[in-house]
Ligand binder design. Structure first.
Ligand code: TXA
Ligand code: MG
Length: 308
């Protein structure tokens, strides 16, 4: 059923361990065009191509030794590698936005099996309207894009809950293009070298998910809250000391025990629930900037950024 829909060039809602994807045949221009149209996504923003395993990925990209080591350690899993594209490959340039690089990831579980059965890579951005909160359940996909997609596969809630970590190796150095569901510390441990963070604005868009305003709920977002104002929704982490909790319209705990993996898994669902409460502002208590906290704080900063 899913393979037949993909073969017709239609995008499907695809569960992965990070978030739900809007997946289509990465070699079919009509199919990829439908992804951009369905999400309202700008076409200069390249899509991640999902592969069944490292062997498939090697047919599409050229691996340096560090990237291969990371792939062997973390695939299948929440890591995307940006690599030089093999020019002879049949990936359509619409999927890579015409770049000479390709973002590749091997997802865990069902998605990997489907790609193996389908036999071709699947281009899949997160299954949400461009700029909005990513989907971590089939219901989220249905609520956001339901009328525009013919098939949504349901494998329950995504276990990781934030998008993949994106890494690019250049001149033997690892650069973090997007913090995500694989902690930077784990990547550094396997590679035995630091993962460089970008500092300052770069002239070209490198990983456009890195644009300032993104992951935006309807409500305003306030970070590092220590006092709650009447009517705000509160999303907290650990056991923070926050004044005025009794004033909150809604209180959600990302992880009462202070577990960052649990917090990541709950993040987008809680943002949607708080948004749905009708509160004009969602206040977050502070979250440590280590492990998956780096990805959580990245998403929260973008959710709180000024909107166009
Ligand atoms: O976990 C994930 O990565 C999810 C699931 C569905 O796999 N996908 C996802 O896709 O988050 P999307 O389209 O929402 O984010 C893809 C990011 C964008 O920021 C894009 O700019 C970057 O990957 N990207 C893709 N190809 C790239 C390339 N060749 N060079 C630099 N950045 C690239
Ligand atoms: Mg996205």
């Amino acid at each position: 059923m899913a393979s037949a829909t993909l073969a017709e060039g239609l995008p499907i809602g695809l569960p992965t361990e990070t978030v739900y994807g809007l997946a289509a045949d990465a070699t079919n221009p009509a199919a990829i065009t439908r992804i951009y149209e369905t999400k309202g996504r700008p076409r200069f923003n390249p899509l991640i191509c999902h592969m069944s395993d490292l062997a498939m990925a090697e047919r599409y990209a050229i691996f340096d030794p560090i990237s291969r080591k990371l792939a062997e350690a973390f695939w299948p899993g929440p890591l995307t590698l940006v690599l030089p594209l093999r020019p002879e490959s049949d990936i359509h340039p619409l999927a890579t936005a015409g770049l000479d690089t390709i973002g590749i990831r091997v997802p865990q579980g069902f998605a990997g099996d489907l790609i193996r059965a389908f036999g071709r890579p699947l281009a899949a951005p997160s299954a949400n309207t461009s700029g909005k909160i990513s989907a971590t359940s089939a219901d989220h996909v249905h609520d956001d894009l339901g009328e525009r997609i013919s098939l949504i596969l349901d494998a329950g809630a995504s276990i990781v809950g934030v998008e993949s970590t994106i890494v690019k190796v250049e001149d033997g150095e690892m650069r973090l293009l997007r913090p995500g569901g694989l902690a930077a510390e784990e990547i550094e441990r396997v590679a035995g070298q630091p993962l460089r963070r970008k500092n300052g604005a770069s002239p070209a868009i490198e990983a456009p998910g890195m644009l300032a305003s993104h992951y935006a709920p309807g409500a305003a977002v306030r970070l590092d809250a220590t006092t709650i104002l009447p009517g705000e929704a509160l999303i907290r982490f650990g056991r923070p000391d926050i004044a005025g909790v009794e004033n909150a319209a809604m209180v959600l705990d990302l992880s009462p025990s202070g577990d960052l993996s649990e917090a990541a898994a709950n993040l987008f669902d809680f943002m949607k629930r708080a948004d749905g409460s009708g509160a004009a502002t969602i206040a977050f208590s502070s979250i440590p900037d280590e492990g998956l906290g780096e990805a959580i704080n990245d998403r929260l900063r973008r959710a709180a950024a000024p909107r166009e």
